[in-house]
Design a protein around this ligand. Structure first.
Ligand code: DOR
Ligand code: ZN
Length: 346
């Protein structure tokens, strides 16, 4: 196969930021993607329907003329979140999910949840109205090794929560382990899992062997090779449980190449080409569309997109900018470290 045509894809986990960064990164996603679930971890976070409405307006104002894109908004769950506001947000049609960040788990997560029992009334309301909970699935206990934090979250937080509220619709965001893959596989239709592009490509050696590579550092951190292989198998399996959430997370180079570097890989620019490469390697190009364009809408109970996108395998490799430049500073584009020949031909 040297060309593949897929329905226009969606990104079910995306960081667009705000201000100058938003203006720079938004076209990188809108060029290829029809919709995206927009993460709410701004400073301050997007907590209420009012916050989400204002952020939605800023995103639409930053969209270049002629581009069509629908931001699917999320609310940042705090211990003070009002169940009635969440219900109004869902009813408005603007907000498609609520995001659980365990406090301290990642970038701008200090307003997140410390004690899950405090948010049970919100989760009960979400279960009642069918609004999905997106989870950053890592425990933050400093005694738990960073490479084990996802597996421990599944056992000590996610599984008990699902037993307590079986009706709650949950997305395991950016799974990175074979435990995550297996748990999602066993779940009911109420459970989905997103997989990023970069976790299909890098393992922890890419970050640490031969010198530290800050642009490969993200959270959850990439794990051993066996986990990457499990993720590839899941993503290319055709199972509707798994769908694309790039977690494309721009940070300016000054904050990535730093003594205490920020977590995040910026993959919006080249995600589709990279995914075609991965699915081609796995002999699963016929399943690419399910992963990028069908399984996510099915989980979120939204229609699939009408348009299509074509990818073409050419002799010459793709050339991407090394960096994109925002008024906030340069952002390094994720480089896979091997040539990729799948070009997006719109
Ligand atoms: O790598 C990451 N970057 N993981 C996250 O969970 C947050 C994100 C960000 O906002 O930078
Ligand atoms: Zn994220």
């Amino acid at each position: 196969m040297s060309t593949v045509t897929i329905r226009r894809p969606d990104d079910w986990h995306l960081h667009l930021r705000d201000g100058a960064m938003l203006e720079t990164v938004l076209p990188e996603t809108a060029r290829h993607f029809a919709r995206a679930i927009i993460m709410p971890n701004l400073v301050p976070p997007v907590v209420t329907l009012e916050d989400a409405t204002a952020y939605h307006a800023r995103i639409m104002a930053a969209l270049p003329p002629g581009m069509v894109f629908e931001p699917l908004m999320t609310l940042y769950l705090t211990e003070g979140t009002d169940p009635a506001d969440v219900a109004r947000a869902a009813a408005s049609g603007l907000v498609k999910a609520v995001k659980l960040y365990p406090a301290g788990a990642t970038t701008n997560s200090h307003s997140g949840v410390r004690d899950l029992t405090k948010v049970i009334p919100v989760l009960e309301e979400m279960a009642r109205i069918g609004l999905p909970l997106c989870t950053h699935g890592e425990v933050t206990d400093s005694h738990v090794d960073i490479f084990d934090r996802e597996a421990v979250f599944i056992d000590t937080v996610l599984d008990p929560l699902r037993r307590r509220l079986p009706e709650l619709r949950i997305v395991m965001e950016h799974i990175t382990t074979e435990e995550g893959v297996a748990y999602a596989a066993e779940g009911s239709d109420n459970l989905g899992a997103t997989i990023t592009t970069h976790h299909l490509i890098i393992n922890r050696n890419h970050i640490l062997a031969g010198g530290i590579k800050p642009h490969y550092y993200c959270l959850p951190v990439a794990k051993r090779e066996k986990h990457r292989l499990a993720l590839r198998k899941a993503a290319t399996s055709g199972s509707p449980r798994y769908f694309l959430g790039t977690d494309s997370a721009p940070h300016v180079d000054a904050l990535k190449e730093h003594a205490c570097g920020c977590a995040g890989c910026f993959t919006a620019t080249n995600t589709l080409s990279l995914l075609a490469h991965v699915f081609d390697e796995e002999g699963a190009l016929d399943r690419l569309e399910g992963f990028t364009s069908l399984h996510g809408p099915a989980f979120y109970r939204l229609p699939v997109n009408e348009g299509t996108i074509q990818l073409e395998k050419r002799a010459e490799p793709c050339i991407w900018p090394e960096k994109i430049h925002s008024e906030a500073g340069p952002v390094t584009v994720f480089q896979p470290g091997f040539p990729v020949h799948w070009h997006v031909v719109l």
